[in-house]
Design a protein around this ligand. Structure first.
Ligand code: PLP
Length: 422
């Protein structure tokens, strides 16, 4: 029967091959195209990553062969869909080194994962006067959900200071941690600046003060293997689309005893054990938090992305990204009027910058005309832009499928734009 089983369920163990950027690029069909008459240089990976052929194929295979609702057990298609859907959960659990797959909840993405914790844990735990700390460089999705629940519960949301280089002030954090801080919510990597936060040290400080830690891992998972047990965090959130998987699905990892104690986030089918007008009882983890028909194809697509990463030489890929960042920083230093925004000692492969006298949006348009895709604006991180006194930046964010030629083309296009604009 094995020939009937979909490809995403049959993965012979493969040894990762040594990293080779040209071989890896061939896995991503979207990269092989011209944009505005130039070969595409895709440098907007912090916004979303591209999808390898095997992820696209897993989605197609699912809809062509197995499409069915999960956990109904009514027929063969439903059984296959359920098996693939739950196998994807196990793959994510192994990817994050979670203790148990039941601690992996499917959500719509990082944003919903954080909203889930803010609504469920926040509403049931926060008391008037409690404090929530977030870093000053957080994405809006790790600020606003906390503000919403804080307003409801009489708690406050306060920023942990970040210096001009984009480095979190750990001394200030230690000083802010008192008995009223209940939650420290920080990004693993800043999407706007690329700074990598020392999550293990943040967790140690926060736990010593009796606070929980939620890590927004949206920008970290694509760059290295995250180990939630080694980090010791209480919650870890990420989006599949930033990890070479589909849009519309994401993950919340949570510590088992916390998830067990938290009330459901949404009500409906799947999340119940029994329903009656006399009283309803809730399902076990993880289903208690998964009301309604889930994004089955999305989960399976994410599972295929995890398989892809497991076949990749991730250490080699990370070294390649570091080299791309180093080259781009070296070239940036030679551009007259270019100011890097975010120069922390520990950075992911994100280059945020401004050109003196030029609005980031204008620069973005001129780069796009030359086939270079970058992001411009405040990157959903208005507070840190305001602190730096800038409307936004141009952000080139690299993935392992980018080449040194991509970096050189970015700077050649920048030079052209600079001469045109200045
Ligand atoms: N957090 C960070 C650091 C991000 O970069 C993003 C997206 O850019 C998000 C959260 C929100 O992710 P999503 O829109 O996939 O929910």
């Amino acid at each position: 029967m094995s020939e009937e089983r979909p490809v995403y369920q049959v993965r012979p163990p493969e040894q990762p091959q040594a990293f080779c950027v040209e071989r890896v690029r061939a896995d991503f069909p979207i990269l092989q195209q011209q944009v505005n008459g130039h070969p595409l240089v895709y440098l907007d990976n912090a916004a979303t990553t591209q999808k390898p052929e095997c992820v696209i194929q897993a989605l197609v295979d699912y809809y062509r062969r197995d499409n069915s609702n999960v956990h109904r057990g009514a027929h063969a298609l439903s059984d296959r869909a359920t098996a693939a859907f739950e196998e994807a959960r196990s793959k994510v659990a192994r990817l994050l080194n979670a203790e148990d797959a039941r601690q992996i909840l499917w959500t719509r993405g990082t944003t919903e994962s954080i909203n889930l914790v803010a609504a469920s844990w926040g509403r049931s735990s926060l008391q008037p006067g409690d404090r929530i700390l977030v870093s000053a460089m957080e994405h809006h999705s790790n600020i606003v959900p906390w503000q919403m629940v804080a307003a409801e519960r009489g708690a406050t949301v306060e920023p942990i200071p970040v210096d001009r280089s984009g480095t979190l002030d750990m001394t200030a954090l230690a000083a802010m941690l008192d008995g009223r801080v209940r939650m420290v919510a920080v990004g693993h990597v800043s999407n706007a600046l690329g700074s990598i936060n020392p999550v293990d040290r943040i967790v140690a400080l926060a736990h010593a003060a009796g606070a929980l830690v939620l890590v927004d891992g949206a920008q970290a998972v694509a760059h290295w293997s995250v180990d939630v047990q080694a980090l010791g965090c209480d919650f870890y959130a990420f989006s599949a689309h930033k990890l070479f998987g589909p849009t519309g699905i994401g993950v919340l990892y949570g510590r088992r005893e916390l998830l067990e104690a938290m009330p459901p986030y949404q009500g409906g089918g799947e999340m119940i054990e029994s329903v009656s007008f006399a009283g309803t009882t809730y399902n076990q983890l993880p289903y208690k938090f998964e009301a309604g028909t889930p994004d089955i194809a999305g989960a399976i697509g994410l599972g295929a992305a995890v398989d892809y990463l497991n076949r990749l030489d991730r250490a080699g890929a990370a070294r390649h990204e570091e080299a791309l960042l180093a080259r781009s920083v070296a070239l940036a230093e030679r551009v007259p009027g270019l100011e890097l925004v975010g120069t922390a000692a520990h950075k992911a492969s994100v280059l945020s910058f401004n050109l003196a006298g030029v609005h980031p949006a204008d620069l973005g348009t001129l780069l796009d005309q030359q086939g270079i895709a970058v992001r411009t604006g405040n990157h959903c991180a208005q507070p840190i832009m305001e602190q730096f006194g800038i409307p936004g930046t141009v952000r080139a964010s690299f993935s392992f499928y980018n080449t040194f030629d991509d970096v050189d083309r970015l700077f050649a296009a920048l030079e052209k734009a600079r001469q045109f604009l200045q």
